[in-house]
Design a protein around this ligand. Structure first.
Ligand code: PLP
Length: 471
């Protein structure tokens, strides 16, 4: 290692100096000139300019004007261990020096990907012993499609091709991810969708449950799966995929009856059950994986985000033994990415999972900060004039803004009030996401009780300001 030049101090100092010298307006002008943002109306955004985030520590971000912002969304639901962890940075640095890249094609492997797979086999539920790697949740779900089709082909049932998912589910933004997802506005902008994917209704009781109890409604929405399987013919249906709770769709927690019934139906018709754990995985609900919170046992799990806490990109698919065995015995699996099992990402994932496990982070969410967050939120907001429902567990929550909580009447202009509330959050240095008229919180899992008090206090302030605007 002695002949390895250590360039860190010098280049870092130069980069920081150049960056510090730039004013917000200059950043914004350069950004507008050259950068197309994801999920954005660039014309409108460029008129006002983006917020420029320059550094982060723990649960806080700083912008280029020096404002300290509490991050109630852990980035995009991913920075589970919080910002600024030197152990993750060190793992990346050491791995870059040792072996920055090698692939896992052509009869080759390397220590970081082996260590990660062994560790994942330890922290995932019994039966998950095999993992396929990619770079994102979208690629993970694309991989799930491939795995599912390869599985049925290899066990002599190639006719099982349909995958059933849900309206208002989110499974990513590649063509396959967006096809699996149930976001109509994304489908509209695609040249075509992946075939053999059909959508059923979501288990969103508050918005769609009518006069039914949540339990009746959960059963009814699960039974739509059975009806769809019968309509398509069970011999043609490969899998059902769903997020244990819908994240991007608004933190929608299904009624308790939903998942057990989905599992019963999948088992009855020999349909694989695929859990998209991209948001729910790695401790969000206080369990390692969100399906454990809801009490069902999937055949595959899509992983990303919390796998590396977002420090570097990585996704994975956890494959249950039955399916893995068939894949292993099924000949060539014609799927892979240059960065499948990237050594630096794998080393960071190992360091991250060790923090979550050895550092007791997930235990803390389950036994201390998760219940504290849920209680504090409800104490602060139950009975609030704008709040119709608070859904969530552990360190994730969705709050439905309503015109009338008792009748569950939502605002007619779907989404405007949510955006108004989000503007107040911007002005008050809080990151709280708006999905339509649902306000979402999903902070880093290392948040302390004092920081939860601050987060909930700011959320309430912004909701109060929004209520005041409405008169
Ligand atoms: N699946 C779920 C449940 C997600 O929430 C997301 C992203 O938010 C994805 C898949 C896509 O992941 P990525 O953005 O890493 O492609």
């Amino acid at each position: 290692m002695s002949n390895v030049f250590d360039p860190r101090p010098a280049t870092h100092a130069v980069a920081s100096q150049t960056r510090a010298a730039r004013a917000t307006r200059e950043w914004q002008q350069l950004d507008a000139a050259h950068h197309i943002h994801p999920f954005s109306d660039m014309g409108s955004l460029n008129k006002v300019g983006s917020r420029v985030i320059t550094k982060a520590e723990g649960v806080y971000l700083w912008d280029s004007d020096g404002n300290k912002i509490i991050d109630g969304m852990a980035g995009l639901w991913c920075v589970n261990v919080g910002y600024g962890r030197k152990d993750l940075a060190e793992a990346a640095y050491q791995q870059i020096l040792e072996l920055p890249y090698y692939n896992t094609f052509f009869k080759t492997t390397h220590p970081p990907v082996i260590e990660l797979s062994q560790l994942l086999a330890e922290v995932t539920p019994a039966g998950f012993e095999h993992f396929f790697y990619c770079n994102s949740g979208s690629e993970g779900n694309d991989t799930v499609l491939r795995v599912v089709h390869q599985y049925w082909a290899s066990v002599g049932k190639p006719g099982k091709k349909y995958v059933i998912s849900r309206k208002n589910g989110y499974h990513g933004s590649t063509i396959a991810g967006a096809s699996l997802g149930g976001m109509g506005y994304m489908h509209e902008q695609m040249p075509s969708q992946v075939s053999h994917i059909v959508h059923i209704n979501q288990p969103y009781w508050f918005g769609e449950g009518g006069d039914m109890t949540p339990e009746q409604f959960g059963l009814q929405r699960a039974q739509e799966l059975e009806a769809k399987i019968l309509e398509l013919g069970a011999e043609n249906v490969a899998a059902f995929i769903g997020e244990p709770f819908q994240g991007a769709g608004g933190v929608i927690f299904p009624p308790s009856t939903y998942w057990p019934e989905i599992q019963r139906i999948c088992r009855k018709y020999d349909v694989l059950l695929c859990a998209d754990e991209v948001i729910g995985g790695f401790g969000r609900t206080g369990e390692w994986f969100a399906h454990q919170h809801f009490g069902f046992e999937p055949d595959t799990m899509t992983l990303a985000k919390g796998l590396t806490s977002g420090y570097v990109p990585m996704g994975a698919v956890a494959i249950n033994r039955r399916i893995a065995d068939a894949l292993i015995d099924g000949g060539d699996f014609n799927h892979g990415l240059t960065y499948s099992g990237h050594p630096v990402a794998a080393a960071v994932a190992v360091a991250n999972i060790r923090v979550l496990r050895e550092g007791g982070v997930i235990d803390q969410v389950k036994h201390a900060t998760g219940p504290y967050f849920q209680d504090t939120l409800r104490q602060a907001l139950d009975g609030h004039p704008l709040i119709g429902e608070i859904a969530g567990a552990g360190l994730v929550a969705g709050m439905q803004l309503t015109e009338d909580a008792k009748t569950r009447k939502r605002f007619a202009n779907g989404g405007d009030i949510g955006l108004q509330c989000r503007d107040h959050c911007f002005r008050n240095n809080l990151i709280m996401r708006a999905t339509g008229d649902r306000m979402l919180l999903s902070p880093p899992l290392v948040i302390s009780k004092a920081e939860i008090d601050e987060l909930v206090g700011k959320a309430k302030l912004c909701l109060d300001l929004t209520a005041k605007d409405l008169g």
